[in-house]
Design a protein around this ligand. Structure first.
Ligand code: NAP
Length: 528
């Protein structure tokens, strides 16, 4: 890597420089790296705070962690995997898949493990992002933020949990595998996508399990099954077959959008009917069933899939507690009705900081504006990709790019296609930096929120992590078919952006560099 002049005294070592710094070595960072290489852009690093690739799939090792999107769709379009063992992949297989992608696409020389990005400041005079990482400073012309919205655990603010409780506490995404739950009295807080996967796994092991439920989720049957050896052999020998299966899954899921857009109440009722029947079949006790019956429109929160969650709650060692938690004492949890339940361990299935991302508190753009301040009324970006005042910063899974009905890998690839196309256009026209105008961003968001207003996420009568708790606005989800998101992002459109050429930049342009030779597979075969 070449270097830029040090920020401080001349005795300090020079600061390494790259054309592109990618934050995060999960699905987003790896897809970004693969695409950059495909277009011959070798001068980049992927900064990963952990010691391995995988992001959320490295961190979420809780028992039963599994994908709730079919494997053949929850993978890169350019890297089909004929060896998936099941129709819904377990976490270790996804993690292994990502490791393999990192190797096969030649990304290992670009990965910088144990590099936590602690701050990123835009230097307008030099057209650079100045990064502080746990391993020292670095500058980059372009920053690709692929840290993921579901990477920072959300810890509940419950009286006594961190001060009075003398047992063990851990979050589902930071599972404490050293703690043996066998025979213990365990309190689980939360009944979201993570909890419904680990509760049935730990229930047979624990002595007693109190499940603290604030809102009953809608749960649909999970149509998971192992792939047969013949299927896998066929996928391997005739890749178009797997591609066709993927396309079928993609278009099948596109129809789910009709259930979310608020225009097909009959379809929503039918889906709720299936979920109610699933509850009736899974839980015979009418009192328990009443507790587990949701009170909002299906789809308002993420629809969960499980066949073993309901039956596990009927077991003798489980109580579903719906009273609000008032406090946690040294060895117990006390609910608002005054009942005190003893417990040895608290497992938090309380989700992630999705609408107030910690990343926003460490990125400073033009004129010293902190991203968190620019987003004080909620996250907002133009096409989910760029926020005004933060030049050359591209988000992957940016504001309003999440999906309630399909695979996030599609969104990730689309956003990277857009960002890398922007970088290529910059190179072609000798542009140092690009910044979206506030007017373009506002106009885009006005259209987006008009579309969101009628959806079940806004009208469905629930509170969810999709909504910003400060404003009640949905700042996380894409309100349309996925193909439209993919189409919108097929290439970078300079309209509504300010561009500055290198000859207009005050400080000298840093030399280009090749991080390392990186031979690997090409991403040529991408698409859906
Ligand atoms: P989540 O869906 O946000 O669920 C958090 C749960 O904790 C909710 O039941 C919530 O109750 C409860 N909660 C939060 N704070 C609480 C408090 N102070 N007191 C009591 N209860 C509290 O989190 P998650 O289950 O980790 O899932 C997050 C997202 O990760 C999912 O929506 C999904 O996108 C992703 N995920 C995906 C998979 C997969 O298979 N692909 C698996 C796991 C997770 P309320 O409902 O009342 O807010």
């Amino acid at each position: 890597m070449p270097t830029t002049p040090p920020h401080g005294s001349s005795a300090e070592p020079p600061v390494p420089h790259v054309r592109v710094a990618v934050i995060g070595g999960g699905f987003s960072g790896l897809a970004a790296g693969a695409r950059l290489l495909r277009y011959g852009i070798e001068d980049f690093v992927i900064l990963e705070r952990g010691a391995d690739v995988g992001g959320t799939w490295r961190d979420n090792t809780y028992p039963g962690a599994c994908c709730d999107v079919p494997s053949n769709l929850y993978s890169f379009s350019f890297a089909p995997n004929p060896t998936w063992s099941r129709s819904f992949s377990p976490q270790p297989e996804i993690q292994e898949y990502l490791r393999r992608c990192a190797r096969e696409f030649g990304l290992l020389p670009h990965l910088r493990f144990d590099h936590e990005v602690r701050a990123a400041r835009w230097n307008d005079a030099a057209s650079l992002w100045e990064l502080e990482t746990s391993r020292g400073p670095l500058t980059a012309n372009v920053l690709l933020a692929g840290g993921g919205p579901l990477s920072e655990p959300a810890y509940p603010d419950i009286k006594g949990l961190t001060t009075a409780f003398e047992g063990v506490v851990f979050h589902s995404s930071r599972w404490n595998h050293d703690y043996d739950l066998r025979g213990k009295r365990v309190a689980v807080i939360g009944t979201g996508a993570s909890a419904i996967q680990f509760v049935p796994q730990i229930q047979p092991r624990v002595g007693h399990l109190d499940l603290y439920q604030r809102t009953a989720p809608w749960i649909m049957p999970r149509t998971d099954r192992p792939f047969t050896a013949a299927e896998r052999a066929l996928y391997k020998a005739v890749p178009p077959v797997q591609k066709a299966v993927r396309l079928g899954l993609f278009w099948g899921r596109e129809t789910f959008w009709l259930g979310f857009n608020g225009k097909h109440p009959g379809m929503v009722r039918r889906i709720e009917g299936i979920a109610r029947m699933h509850l009736r079949r899974g839980v015979r006790d009418p009192e328990l069933r009443a507790k587990l019956t949701p009170d909002f429109t299906i789809g308002c929160k993420r629809i969960l899939l499980s066949n073993d969650y309901y039956p596990s709650l009927e077991q003798d060692n489980v109580d579903v507690v719906t009273d609000r938690i008032a406090e946690v004492r040294a060895h117990s949890v006390v609910t608002a009705d005054g009942v005190e339940r003893p417990c040895d361990a608290v497992v938090l299935g309380t989700g992630f900081q999705a609408t107030d991302m910690p990343m926003a508190h460490m990125i400073t753009g033009r004129d010293g504006v902190l991203l968190a301040d620019a987003w004080k009324d909620g996250m907002a970006a133009h096409q989910s990709a760029m926020t005004a005042g933060f030049p050359n910063l591209f988000f992957v899974i940016g504001p309003n790019s999440g999906l309630g009905h399909s695979s996030m890998t599609l969104v990730i690839e689309a956003q990277i296609k857009y960002a890398v196309d922007a970088i290529r256009q910059m190179d072609r026209h000798d542009i140092a930096d690009l910044d979206v105008t506030r007017a373009a961003q506002d106009a885009y968001n006005a259209r987006l929120h008009a579309k969101l207003d009628g959806t079940v996420w806004v009208t469905g009568g629930c509170d969810s992590w999709y909504l910003d708790s400060r404003t009640g606005r949905n700042t996380t989800l894409w309100p349309d078919f996925v193909w439209k998101f993919m189409w919108m992002n097929r290439r970078f459109s300079p309209a509504g952006h300010r561009a500055r050429r290198w000859d207009q930049v005050r400080e000298p342009r840093p030399a280009a560099a090749s991080v390392a030779p990186a031979a690997g597979r090409s991403t040529e075969a991408e698409g859906v």
